[in-house]
Write a protein that binds this ligand. Structure first.
Ligand code: NAD
Length: 432
């Protein structure tokens, strides 16, 4: 359910960089794409900085009566396109540099699918697994109160990310509402349905990925009904993508995996049975109607569509050459290294980069925000239909950039995003 931006352009995927380096890397990636379009220095200067950075240190009363002080951040990268949008993560390794990089990547992700949002990100340095529910609520409410001047339905709209969820968003929304004196559901997305969460939000990332695959297949003239699909990572994004590849497109899903390994049946898996097996045992591994495979072997299985939906750095210079898929759709953030990008491009693989292929989540977050502002909920059908239109149109835009500049789809997506945000910067001009 996370509005997980980690656009994780290829450079970050290689070697788990220190978080201190992340913003530097994000800026380097920006300049590489900016060079392609010969972006002028003034606009570069604006876009290579984060607009606002807030750091807070705040006390929380723990269950045993003691007080602990936590540190958190909220960063807005660029508000040219509109209010800023991005998740809040709770993790012990959160740093300001990481949050800045993630905020910048959110700007590009929103821009590549044409949302009227800039990018933002928040984080608190905490291991939430060590907190009770009560402590988690206290921490969320105090962090919200401290960043309250920074956020708002027309300013900056948080969402769930690593280790945060709809309940955390409900506490955030309630705290904000109590402080302003009225209910403000538009201050966050990824809320529980009862508080104005959107239909289709929890499935949006996987569904968006499949819409992207469908458009790519049309473009390369591939009939999906005669294809095989492999999905790495049978979690929120991957399980939905696998099911929809079968349900909507009659593609045969021959392999899926999780952190313990994968299962493969060349004749296609029965996904209902695999899901039941996973619910019962905690893993897809050991499902009887298939052979067990490792996660490395899974990537090289004979298939037409490969959907990495787990971790970063899975497709590298070591295995890219042996991956037979014609379409690779990155539901995960950063699954492909820069070296592998080049190899896949030379092989003619249609790679749908994370910044585009997993943007379904933030797109439906945008729909949730629109519904909250209008106090007018949409049906699931309306949500899915609009998501499909966004993914289709964005695919066409990215392909156009790829052809226009003779660059691979990852660079093309970033180019489209930077061009779009630059235009806001130019047309709005400099205040005062
Ligand atoms: P999740 O935790 O629901 O699922 C992750 C799955 O990957 C699990 O099945 C897990 O067992 C599996 N996994 C973990 N380590 C693995 C390994 N080494 N090899 C194979 N599988 C492994 O997470 P999710 O929300 O589905 O996110 C998956 C990816 O998609 C992440 O990269 C995330 O950043 C990205 N993403 C998710 C969303 C979203 O809305 N859920 C949005 C954008 C991007």
């Amino acid at each position: 359910m996370s509005e997980n931006n980690g656009v994780q352009m290829a450079v970050t995927a290689t070697a788990e960089p220190e978080h201190e380096d992340l913003f530097k890397i994000a800026v380097q990636q920006f300049h590489i794409a900016a060079d392609v379009i010969e972006l002028e220095d003034d606009v570069r200067g604006v876009l290579s900085h984060c607009e606002r950075e807030l750091t807070v240190h705040f006390p929380v009363e723990m269950d045993d009566g003691s007080v602990q002080v936590f540190s958190g951040h909220r960063v807005r990268h660029n508000s040219g396109p509109g209010p800023t949008k991005g998740g809040i993560r709770y993790h012990q390794s959160v740093t300001l540099s990481e949050v800045k990089a993630l905020a910048m990547w959110m700007t590009w992700k929103c821009a590549v699918v044409g949302l009227p949002f800039g990018g933002a990100k928040g984080g608190v340095q905490v291991n939430p697994k060590l907190l009770s529910r009560n402590e988690l609520q206290n921490l969320t409410r105090r962090y919200t109160a401290d960043i309250q001047p920074f956020i708002g339905p027309n300013k900056d709209i948080p969402a769930p990310d690593v280790n945060t969820n709809p309940q955390v968003m409900a506490w955030l929304m309630d705290t904000y509402s109590m402080n302003v004196g009225y209910s403000e559901p538009g201050v966050t997305t990824g809320k529980p349905l009862v508080l104005g969460g959107s239909q289709g939000r929890s499935e949006a990332t996987g569904r968006g990925t499949v819409f992207a695959v469908e458009e790519a297949a049309r473009y390369i003239d591939l009939d999906l009904s005669s294809t095989r699909t492999v999905v790495q990572g049978f979690g929120n994004a991957g399980a939905v993508a696998a099911r929809l590849m079968e349900e909507r497109n009659k593609s045969s899903v021959v392999a899926v995996s999780d952190s313990r390994g994968g299962v493969y049946n060349a004749d296609g898996l029965n996904l209902d049975q695999v899901t039941k097996h996973k619910d019962r045992t905690g893993s897809v591994v050991g499902y009887l109607e298939a052979d067990d495979v490792t996660n490395e072997e899974l990537l090289e299985l004979q298939c037409d569509v490969l959907i990495p939906a787990a971790l970063e750095g899975q497709i590298t210079a070591r295995n890219a050459d042996r991956i037979p898929a014609r379409i690779i759709a990155e539901a995960a953030n950063g699954p492909t290294t820069p070296e592998a990008d080049g190899i896949l491009y030379d092989k003619g693989v249609m790679l749908l980069p994370d910044i585009f292929a997993n943007a379904g989540g933030v797109t439906v977050s945008y729909f949730e925000w629109v519904q909250a502002l209008q106090a007018f909920p949409w049906t699931l059908e309306q949500v899915n239909d609009r998501l499909r239109q966004v993914m289709q149109q964005s695919f066409q835009e990215v392909v156009k950039k790829s052809n226009e500049h003779s660059v691979h789809m990852r660079t093309a997506a970033l180019v489209r995003a930077i061009e779009r945000v630059s235009e806001f910067t130019r047309v709005r001009g400099i205040y005062p």
